[in-house]
Design a protein around this ligand. Structure first.
Ligand code: PLP
Ligand code: ZN
Length: 427
């Protein structure tokens, strides 16, 4: 079906045509709406397939070294002057031979290192897309409900744009996420409760008159926010020479990132931009034992998610009632992937394993992904003969407490040759 569109609220060049319910398929105009009026299901952006088909590799390759090289496949931001952005993206894809050898993978292994983004997590991608849409839709204040990294990113984007912000977090987050948010000067609200409580409050606030002009990137702007995650699929494929890897391992909080990487691969193949691997790609999800509702549903053969009360050190992934959980299950089942989870001790080991073998210091979420990857190889779920990409979504300096006390100086000596000799540094 094609629809002639006279003008789009997101700008004339936007390929987005509307919002579509992920539950019942009902369609709505492009607006700050996140739930279906018919069935309350979550909404997703739908695009003009003909516009997508016109995007070429050459166009993308000639674009900026940021997510905006994929503007033709995103809902907003086609006009550079109208973007609200720190220009995230185009982060390193690192060949991880030593890690592969250590965990028993015999095919190429890559780490997509998204800690290299401006506020050091993959959230800069989703925030740039959501806030660019928010600006086009006329919002005057930027907000979010966050497990930490999203708050960092929204506060920083708002500071760059000169727009007020108000971000909401659970009160017990890591200092490395609280301080790195507060420094940007917007309002920071610590809520006595879990992320799920914070999210519920934000869903109520957004309906009030006082918050009428406020864009909550992951509440009323959620359909646009989610699209930003697709760039983590596009980029990996482009960096591999327009090939989609056979296996990807992705950390899950709401499960949105996982579903959107899968969607990005589908779009690339549909528009002829990238080649699928023989036998298709397989998507794997990683959670922590303290918050594993999606993996538990998969292991139990369920199609519904039973919410949990999150615990444990992987706080950025601690969403007990994951909004995209059932869609993550669908992606993993459809692609013949799997999900698994690891405990706090294994997460700490995962952080050190990744650091020691690749030089990448990840936050706890990266420890989850690395440790789950090792577990999936050991259990035979991940095929050791197939090319694999694992996603490191955040920076170790923000969750330094996770490994503090476990690592430290190898030697502690006085500054003299004699002392160095005594501890065996020189003979
Ligand atoms: C938010 C976040 C995720 C997961 O995001 P979802 O899309 O909600 O699943 C993964 N890693 C880090 C570091 C995050 O901050
Ligand atoms: Zn619906």
């Amino acid at each position: 079906m094609t629809t002639a569109v006279a003008s789009s609220p997101l700008g004339l060049a936007s390929p987005a045509r509307g919002l579509e319910c992920r539950g019942c398929g009902a369609r709505f105009p492009l607006a700050a709406q996140h739930a279906c009026f018919e069935c309350f299901g979550p909404l997703e952006v739908w695009y003009d397939a003909e516009a997508f088909a016109k995007v070429t590799r050459a166009q993308i390759e000639a674009g900026p070294k940021s997510i905006w090289r994929y503007a033709g496949l995103l809902p907003a931001g086609q006009d550079p002057a109208q973007r609200v952005t720190l220009d995230p993206g185009f982060t390193p894809l690192i060949k991880a031979d030593a890690l592969a050898a250590e965990i028993g993978l015999r095919a190429p292994l890559w780490v997509k290192d998204d800690s290299a983004n401006p506020t050091h997590s993959f959230k800069d991608r989703v925030v740039s897309v959501a806030l660019t849409a928010a600006k086009a839709l006329g919002f005057r204040r930027y907000a979010c409900a966050s497990t930490g990294n999203l708050a960092n990113s929204v506060a920083a984007h708002a500071a760059r744009a000169g727009v007020p912000s108000i971000v909401f977090i659970p009160y017990d987050l890591e200092q490395g996420k609280v301080i790195t948010t507060a420094v940007y000067g917007g309002d920071l609200v610590a809520i006595e409760g879990s992320y799920d409580d914070v999210n519920r409050l934000c869903s109520e606030l957004v309906e009030t008159d006082d918050f009428e002009d406020t864009a909550f990137v992951n509440v009323n702007l959620r359909p646009f926010y989610a699209e930003g995650s697709k760039t983590l699929g596009y980029e990996v494929a482009e960096q591999l020479g327009w090939r989609i890897p056979a296996q990807v391992v992705i950390p899950m909080a709401s499960g949105e990132l996982l579903t959107k990487v899968d969607k990005a691969f589908e779009e690339l193949v549909a528009s002829g931009l990238a080649v699928a691997p023989e036998g298709g790609w397989r998507v794997f999800g990683a959670q922590s034992q303290g918050c594993n509702p999606i993996a538990t549903a998969l292991h139990g053969g369920a199609t519904e998610i039973v919410p949990v009360k999150p615990t444990g050190i992987a706080k950025s992934l601690n969403i007990g009632d994951p909004a995209a959980g059932i869609y993550a299950l669908e992606s993993v089942r459809r692609t013949n992937g799997w999900m698994d989870y690891v405990n706090d001790e294994e997460i700490r080991d995962g952080i050190r394993l990744l650091a020691r073998t690749t030089g990448v210091f990840a936050e706890t979420a990266g420890g989850v992904t690395t440790a789950v990857t090792a577990k999936l190889v050991a259990s035979g779920k991940l095929d050791p003969q197939l090319e694999t990409v694992i996603y490191n979504t955040g920076e170790g300096l923000k969750t330094i407490d996770a490994v503090a006390g476990r690592v430290g100086p190898t030697y502690h000596v006085k500054a003299s040759l004699k002392a160095a000799r005594e501890v065996g540094l020189v003979s």
